[in-house]
Design a protein around this ligand. Structure first.
Ligand SMILES: C[S@@+](CC[C@H](N)C(=O)[O-])C[C@H]1O[C@@H](n2cnc3c(N)ncnc32)[C@H](O)[C@@H]1O
Length: 207
């Protein structure tokens, strides 16, 4: 991860701009992936186990796609999406023959093939520069029908330089409350160091 300031965005090469796939390709290529838990986080596993039936799930910015492997093993339909070919190659190695729809595409422009009942968030919103946050809020609302869910981990803190870019609770509310109602908000006990003490597990229901 590296520093990012709005004033320098224009002059930085693609591999220093997190809105560009090259930024992430460089880090996956170098093996510098401090956000990668290398496992499925506890609250996510508990949430999945508690659902009465499988939900068609989208994982945007899936990276290594550990959670997609977990969902496929549980028999859930899942699309794992990432715009970095290097991330997708890493996910492909981890997923092997798992029944996951692994897609290399941009979250903001890809065309879904079926409606989603769940979007899973982990280290994706905080990977996006602030200028893309409003678009993220619009896009998750556009991809989910009323009654369906956005669930996952949110990096709630005042960290301007990123990624990871911190978001304050009121800023997240501003992105989501017009279209979503928060139905869960819990502390996280198994965070990896880069997120420790600053992430929360949340579930939002589409209005
Ligand atoms: C910090 S990593 C998190 C990966 C994974 N979610 C995890 O928890 O390990 C952010 C990922 O989002 C991907 N990404 C960033 N912007 C994207 C976009 N617009 N569309 C699709 N993927 C994107 C990057 O390529 C990268 O793999």
């Amino acid at each position: 991860m590296s520093d990012q300031t709005p004033s320098s965005t224009q002059i930085k090469p693609a591999e220093q701009r997190p809105e560009h796939p090259d930024f992430w390709c460089k880090r996956f290529g170098d093996g510098t992936t401090p956000w990668d838990a290398g496992r499925v986080p506890d609250a996510f596993a508990a949430f999945i186990a508690a659902q009465p039936a499988p939900l068609n799930t989208l994982i945007p910015g899936c990276g290594s796609a550990w959670e997609a492997a977990h969902l496929a093993e549980a028999g859930w339909p899942v699309t794992a999406l990432d715009f970095s070919p290097a991330a997708v190659a890493t996910a492909h190695e981890i997923l092997g023959n798992a029944a996951v729809d692994l897609v290399c595409a941009d979250f903001f422009t890809f065309t879904p093939t079926a409606p989603y009942a769940l979007i899973y968030e982990r280290a994706f919103l905080c990977a996006l520069p602030r200028k893309l946050w409003a678009n993220w809020g619009k896009r998750v609302a556009e991809l989910l029908a009323p009654g369906t869910l956005l669930a996952g981990y949110f990096f709630l803190c005042d960290q301007a330089k990123g990624p990871p870019f911190g978001i304050l609770p009121e800023q997240l509310d501003e992105l989501l409350t017009a279209n979503f109602e928060q139905i869960e908000d819990a502390a996280v006990n198994d965070s990896i160091p880069v997120f420790s003490g600053r992430e929360r597990w949340q579930v939002w229901r589409r209005r």
